[in-house]
Design a binder for this molecule. Structure first.
Ligand code: ADP
Length: 720
């Protein structure tokens, strides 16, 4: 009897498509298949199979079953949950999940090996080559390097039959972790947390624990201990560690490798394609037990996922804002539930959502009391920029400069934190007042001096800095307003010509290797002053760093969105927490024009509880997350009239529901991006409302014209 296969394609299509299963194909749920769609042959995944009897419409057949690991059922369940949660098509999370499955395989590597055949005319160079090749087959380049010869010597030995070329298949497996190795002895506070986690591991099943401890309290050691127990308890169990930045994944990989004498699999956007394929298949076939990665690692096809760690769980980088919109921390908890796994959320400044879940008893709350060993939390001081302003045209105030002088004199390091890439955030014509903006986007162009270009940070558009004002034509009239990291670096170099200064931002560090090198240089004391965006502010452990200067502590507060105060508190606590992580005491100096602001006062007093209590009270009064739910609807289109007509129709058709309020449509703050106009709705709902069902019902009431795109962002972080 033939069957019907319901196949999800990794595309933004509203539902799965049915295909006929050819006789003897023997499909199973989760299989990767090739199916026809119009003239195309596409990769899809079998979501379900059912009996075809009673079905009389002729269906196209599945063309082929791909020789590749199937997607486990729990992964399919997770993907479908994620799509429903995001009010998006099931193919969207599937597309993320299949990235590794579709990547090309690594090609066999060509190496040179010794054959053992005798060589008549032996020379010292030839002898060196043969000795090196006998040791271990290696690539022609590596062999030439090892034996210090030219490639000609190697070629000649191949012709003489003393060397031969072999093709080696790249390794597929990952080394199994050695869980018998003891970890570091834990301190009393770590032991208590580790024991609580050990109990949860012993119980098995879905649980969420918040590991709450100041920066440097040794949270990583505690979750390494939990990972060891999970891996030891079940020889097929897998562990996933999610981190918000590629730079942090490198450090975590090193620590896992040191602990388990096996390098974990690495997964993030900078991983080469063949490496992705290897990880994807190894994860699906349980040949890889530890994955360390960025948010998309959550979508891999784990065969038996038993522990998910979300480190720096508060970090807004876990929110993916393009394409399939999701919050990886929230999805990690959902996946944990589906996989029956333990989820550990770790942070020094947990998100209000997570704290609320801990306070109300949904999550286990494990607290680490103090910093490990002799290190103390840094002293936080506010610099009132109204009282001690910098010199005109400068950005570092006299008290901060004085602290830098002392720090340099002691041979210690300074981190200057400014969350702004480039040289100056704004370029203005002194003659006519024109502000330089991107041609098709409502955003100011940022000057980058190293590249000599003006860059739109939203779209990536860039152009050379013009010599004349494009508006009034005045020559040499364009002035750079405000500081970015490049400008602060310039100031530091002028103040301290002898100091070794570096910039850590996504413009200077592009990939995992670069991040690793920069972190290493800083850890080794090869840098005196590091000027950094948030890329370096989080999670790192620099022993010689004792001074953190926050150039513009008010920066994050200006946007004025829901999480502005929370984010500022978290980011500045994190940045400040980089200082004094060993025996040497640390200081954090925050330059602010509003020292009386509650966030600044809470930072100064290092009183997280007071800050959280005040912020929670405000959110509760307004019914905002975590006390209520929010979603944004963003409609974009090139034609203002068509867009307006659509959003009006959408507004008129919003379903009435108790406990739901719809605001808008309004022009988005970023009203024009890449030539598309943007309109927003904001939906607020009480906690007990099924917001996803509401949104799904609403969106189908008005079909957008072909030129208009509607995006739904559940629990928005950006209000632009
Ligand atoms: P967190 O993750 O909380 O920021 P880490 O786990 O990175 O903290 O620990 C901070 C520093 O203290 C690291 O250098 C780490 O190696 C060290 N450390 C933490 N716990 C221990 C321990 N039990 N024994 C020795 N060193 C430790």
């Amino acid at each position: 009897m033939t069957r019907l296969a319901s196949v999800i394609l990794p595309l933004p299509l509203p539902e799965a498509f049915d295909y006929a299963e050819p006789e003897d194909m023997g499909l199973e749920v989760g299989d990767q298949v090739i199916v026809p769609l119009g003239p195309q042959r596409l990769l899809g995944v079998v979501a379900s199979l059912r009996d075809a009897s009673g079905h009389n419409r002729p269906l196209k057949p599945v063309l082929e079953r791909r020789e590749a690991p199937p997607i486990p059922k729990t992964t399919l369940a997770f993907l479908s949950w994620a799509a429903r949660y995001a009010v998006d098509a099931p193919g969207q999370p599937l597309a993320i999940s299949l990235r590794g499955a579709r990547a090309p395989k690594a090609r066999p590597e060509r190496v040179i090996a010794a054959t053992g055949a005798a060589v008549e005319r032996m020379t010292p160079a030839r002898a060196r080559v043969l000795a090196a090749a006998a040791d271990q087959p290696m690539s022609p380049g590596a062999l030439a390097e090892a034996a210090q010869v030219s490639s000609g010597v190697i070629r000649a030995l191949i012709e003489l039959g003393a060397l031969e070329t072999r093709l080696i298949e790249p390794p597929l497996d990952f080394d199994p972790p050695d869980t018998s190795r003891p970890g570091r002895p834990l301190n009393a506070s770590q032991t208590a947390a580790a024991e609580a986690l050990a109990e949860l591991v012993g119980q098995g099943g879905f649980q969420v624990a918040l590991l709450d401890g100041v920066t440097g309290s040794g949270k990583t050691e505690v979750y390494l201990d939990a990972a060891a127990r999970v891996l030891a308890r079940d020889p097929t169990a897998q562990v996933l560690v999610l981190l918000p930045e590629i730079a942090l994944t490198q450090r975590a990989i090193d620590r896992f490798e040191a602990r388990f004498e096996a390098r974990p699999a690495e997964w993030h956007s900078a991983c080469p394609q063949p490496a992705r394929r290897r990880v994807w298949e190894a994860v699906a076939q349980n040949r890889c037990r530890i994955v360390v990665g960025a948010r998309s690692a959550l979508f891999l096809p784990y065969a038996n996922l038993k522990l998910i760690v979300v480190d720096e769980e508060h970090d807004s980088s876990f929110k993916q804002e393009d394409g399939f919109i999701y919050q990886a921390r929230d999805l990690a908890v959902a996946r944990g539930k589906i996989e029956d796994a333990l989820v550990i959320l770790a942070s020094a400044t947990p998100s209000l959502e997570t704290l609320w879940n801990a306070e109300t008893g949904r999550y286990h709350w494990l607290k680490l009391a103090a910093r490990h060993g002799a290190s103390r939390l840094p002293k936080v001081e506010l610099i009132d920029m109204r009282e001690t302003p910098p010199e005109p045209g400068a950005w570092l105030s006299p008290p901060l400069v004085a602290a830098m002088v002392e720090t340099l004199a002691r041979g210690e390091q300074t981190l200057l934190f400014l969350n702004r890439r480039g040289y100056a955030p704004l370029v203005v014509c002194r003659k006519c007042g024109e502000r330089m903006t991107a041609p098709d986007t409502d955003s100011w162009l940022v000057e980058h001096r190293y590249s000599g270009r003006l860059v739109c940070h939203l779209t990536g558009f860039s152009m050379p800095k013009p010599e004349r004002c494009p508006h009034c034509g005045a020559a040499d009239s364009l002035a750079s307003i405000g500081p970015g990291v490049e400008r602060v670096e310039e100031e530091v170099r002028a103040l301290f010509p002898e100091a070794r200064v570096a910039i850590f931002s996504s413009d200077t560090v592009f990939d995992a290797e670069g991040a690793r090198a920069m972190v290493e240089a800083m850890a080794q004391g090869e840098i005196d002053v590091l000027v950094a965006t948030q890329a370096a502010a989080k999670g790192h452990d620099f022993p010689l760093l004792t001074l953190v200067g926050v150039v513009d502590a008010d920066l994050g507060l200006r946007g004025g969105d829901l999480r502005a105060a929370e984010r500022t508190f978290q980011l500045l606590t994190q940045a400040g927490g980089r200082a004094g992580r060993r025996e040497r005491p640390g200081r954090a100096l925050l330059q602010t024009y509003a020292p009386e602001q509650p966030v600044m006062q809470a930072l100064k007093a290092q009183d997280r509880d007071a800050f959280v209590a005040a912020e929670m009270a405000q959110r509760e009064a307004a019914g905002l997350p975590p006390f209520g739910r929010l979603a944004a609807l963003i409609a974009t289109g090139r034609d203002a009239h068509v867009l307006e007509t659509y959003v009006r129709a959408l507004a008129a058709s919003a379903p009435n529901a108790k406990g739901v309020e719809v605001y808008g449509p309004a022009d988005a703050p970023q009203a024009l991006v890449r030539g598309r106009r943007r309109k927003r709705f904001l939906v607020r709902a009480d906690r007990n409302v099924d917001l996803q069902a509401y949104l799904a019902a609403w969106r189908v009431r008005v079909k957008p014209p072909a030129s208009v795109r509607l995006t739904i962002d559940v629990d928005p972080y950006s209000f632009l």
